[in-house]
Design a protein around this ligand. Structure first.
Ligand code: HSE
Length: 308
């Protein structure tokens, strides 16, 4: 492959937050949420990495090539034939880190989309499915990155291609009546830690219940929001992770006890509720989280990452 030609002008992308699993759809379902990070990048002729981060996590994220956005850009450039000498990057982070709202997926998708946009004819060499596979390699699971890239709700899976397992996904248009309420705690939980808490096997009866509910999810999300309560009941992973986030687990139980379609968002510890409530009911839903959570109403983002 010949070395890429880089575009001189800066590129800007916005990427939605995302919730994964939606209860029983572990590592399969993703849902894009209208809370957007923005990233700007420009190729430089000098050997410089100039990174500026504001907003969520600004005090913690590295300003070096260990930065996840930079790592994703490098992965994208490598796929496209080579890296530029230098980069100037601006990140305006809104999505809180380590809360189960897809902040790492946002950085990975943002970085890959920017890298592709900065290369002349980049789209011809890296289509969305190739981009999704690169993103999944970095993230380790496809659900958040699929939603961040394509928007709406997504179902992801793997296929063997040339002796390599590649991620694929389909996009669902979510019923416009459906909205989300995120209950965001102040403490973070690493996805890697939450994944280590999962069992090697689960009882057959639980697997049956889980596959029933997960199968119902597509229909509930696209046409029948009244089925979301059943469709979001998980038998696969949440209870095994409860010790790492007891307050979140208790809130899921409390909300479900009141008939709300609530679940742990991704690997947690944010709790997400899907609903079709009116304004007055939304205020009640907000209060249900109590003081330990910041209740944040969120629209479903019908579009994924967009160049601005
Ligand atoms: N499916 C992943 C998990 C999502 O639950 O571990 C992480 O955001």
């Amino acid at each position: 492959m010949s070395k890429p030609t880089f575009k001189a002008k800066p590129m800007q992308v916005q990427v939605p937050a995302s919730s994964a699993n939606l209860g029983p759809g572990f590592d399969a379902f993703g849902l894009a949420l209208a809370m957007h990070d923005r990233y700007v990048a420009q190729v430089l002729d000098d050997v410089v990495l100039d990174i500026d981060v504001t907003g969520e996590g600004a005090d913690e994220v590295p300003r070096t090539d260990k930065n996840l956005l930079v790592k994703a850009m490098h992965k994208g450039f490598d796929f496209l034939g080579g890296r530029p000498k230098g980069l100037a990057i601006r990140a305006l982070n809104v999505n809180p880190h380590g809360r189960g709202l897809g902040s790492s997926a946002s950085a990975i998708i943002g970085g890959l989309v920017l890298a592709r946009a900065l290369v002349l004819n980049g789209e011809d060499q890296m289509n969305d499915i190739a981009l999704l596979s690169l993103a999944t390699d970095m993230e380790g699971h496809p659900d958040n990155v699929s939603a961040a890239l394509f928007g709406g709700a997504t179902i992801s899976w793997f296929e063997m291609e040339k002796n390599k397992s590649s991620a694929h996904c389909v996009h669902l248009n979510v019923d416009p009546r459906i909205q989300a309420m995120a209950y965001i705690p102040s403490k973070a939980l690493a996805t890697s830690k939450a994944r280590k808490m999962l069992p090697d096997s689960i009882p057959f009866a639980d697997a049956v219940q889980n596959s029933r509910n997960a199968s119902l999810m597509s229909h509930a999300l696209t046409l029948r929001p009244d089925l979301l309560f059943t469709a979001t009941e998980d038998f696969l992973h949440q209870s095994y992770r409860a010790n790492a986030m007891p307050e979140s687990f208790a809130l899921v139980e409390k909300l479900r006890g009141a008939g709300v379609a609530a679940f742990i968002s991704g690997a947690g510890p944010t709790v997400l509720a899907l609903h079709t409530a009116d304004q007055r009911e939304v205020e009640e839903l907000k209060l249900a989280g109590g003081k330990a959570f910041v209740a944040t109403p969120l629209e479903i983002a019908s579009r994924g990452a967009v160049l601005l």
